[in-house]
Ligand binder design. Structure first.
Ligand SMILES: *Cc1c(COP(=O)(O)O)cnc(C)c1O
Length: 394
């Protein structure tokens, strides 16, 4: 039965893409199978010729994974989506799929550590040059363009600084240069930012974060127009095989049903927490997209429809003060994950961004006193009490 038109995101996330088996199950079926059998040799031949629409092998497609992909595409407003094994599989496939030796990529300096490794270290091994710019200045993006520039990549808000980059502005520069723009939308979540509507050609997610939201499994998603995905990404995925397990796709699919409830609650709690600790004498600076005091509040108002579940808290002092703070927390746990039901803190300088030398970390806006907080689903008053107690120990 086809769904009614013009449904709200909350409704699409419960019903979108559902394909029931003849048993009429309520919850989506889990097809934990590597492959599929054919009624005849002729059917097998037709399926390999793409003349028969059925499934053939889970590295190519799987019915459970297809429901997850369809639901993600509906939420994002994308023509199509492909699910993969992790967020990094999504970033790597999205970039490698559209680039070849001799091409050039532009990206900002401030990025998730592994994304930066792919752009800065992996791509050049295969003859793809890259230039890193200070993201907020559009002129620097413009000046980085070369005749061979084929792709731009950015992540906004950026991890862990929560600095924001202008998606529409960078998309215009990319398209003017005949290049594409890929946006890692993990921190914003599909609810608070729609990069495709702002001009991006491709959106990638680590579904490990808010989409699962309960710390159970890894996953990634690549979204874009049918032409973009089919011409640049599909063959790379089929042939290299960064496939998601149908089991993980099923877990993530169920995660989507509660995504708006969780992200709205986490965003509201983050705003309350920021208000409660911003004046504390141990806090040098607090960054939360959605607050009027964010340095790029105007840009955020133009390109995001909500705040953030993530806070960047710069403490006065360095590593010793940061460690005292982290070790004094009793409820909020130290972890490098984010978007989880459990509130989690990270010290980027010694974990996610440890491999960068101190001067490079400083250039990326990551002082030794910086703490990244992912706000969970606990009662915000319990979190505020835990944070205030720990701040007293700094
Ligand atoms: C976590 C994360 C990734 C990588 O995702 P995995 O699922 O861990 O591979 C990529 N980009 C951003 C912004 C992330 O936070």
């Amino acid at each position: 039965m086809a769904l009614p038109e013009d449904l709200h995101p909350e409704t699409l996330l419960v019903h979108g893409g559902t394909a029931r088996t003849p048993f009429g199950e309520t919850s989506e079926a889990l097809f934990l199978t590597q492959g599929f059998v054919y009624d005849s040799a002729a059917v097998a031949e037709a399926r390999f010729l793409n003349e028969d629409p059925g499934y053939s092998y889970t590295r190519y497609a799987n019915p459970t994974t297809s429901v997850f992909e369809e639901r993600m595409a509906l939420l994002e407003g994308a023509e199509t989506a492909r699910a993969v094994a992790s967020g990094m599989a999504a970033v790597t496939a999205a970039m490698m799929g559209q680039l070849r030796a001799g091409d050039h990529v532009v990206a900002p300096r401030a990025m998730f550590g592994s994304c930066r490794w792919v752009i800065e270290d992996l791509l050049p091994r295969y003859g793809v040059a890259s230039t890193l710019v200070d993201g907020p200045d559009l002129d620097l993006w413009r000046r980085a363009v070369r005749r061979e520039t084929r792709a731009f990549f950015l992540e906004t808000p950026a991890n862990p600084t929560l600095e924001v980059f202008d998606i529409a502005g960078v998309a215009e520069i990319a398209h003017g240069a005949g290049a594409t723009l890929t946006v890692d939308n993990v921190f914003a979540t599909p609810l608070w930012q729609k990069p495709l509507a702002l001009g991006a050609d491709c959106v990638v997610y680590s579904a490990t974060k808010h989409i699962d939201g309960q710390g159970r499994c890894l996953g990634g998603v690549i979204l874009g127009s049918k032409a973009f995905i089919e011409e640049r990404i599909q063959l790379f995925l089929r042939m290299t095989g960064p496939s998601i397990s149908p089991f993980n796709a099923w877990v993530l699919l169920k995660g989507l049903e509660t995504l708006p409830l969780r992200v709205e609650r986490q965003t509201a709690s983050a705003a309350r927490i920021a208000e409660a600790i911003i004046g504390h004498p141990a806090v040098r600076r607090l960054t939360l997209p959605g607050r009027a005091d964010h340095p790029q509040a105007d840009l955020i108002a133009r390109q995001m429809t909500g705040g953030s579940t993530m806070l960047a808290i710069a403490l006065k002092g360095g590593k010793a003060e940061a460690f005292r703070f982290l070790d004094a927390l009793r409820l909020i746990r130290i972890s490098n994950n984010l978007g989880d039901a459990k509130s989690l803190v990270t010290h980027p300088a010694t974990t996610t961004h440890q491999r960068f030398p101190a001067p490079e970390r400083a250039a990326m806006g990551i002082p030794d006193g910086l703490i990244r907080l992912s706000v969970g689903l606990e009662h915000p008053d319990d979190l505020i009490r835990d944070l205030r107690n720990a701040l007293e120990r700094v």
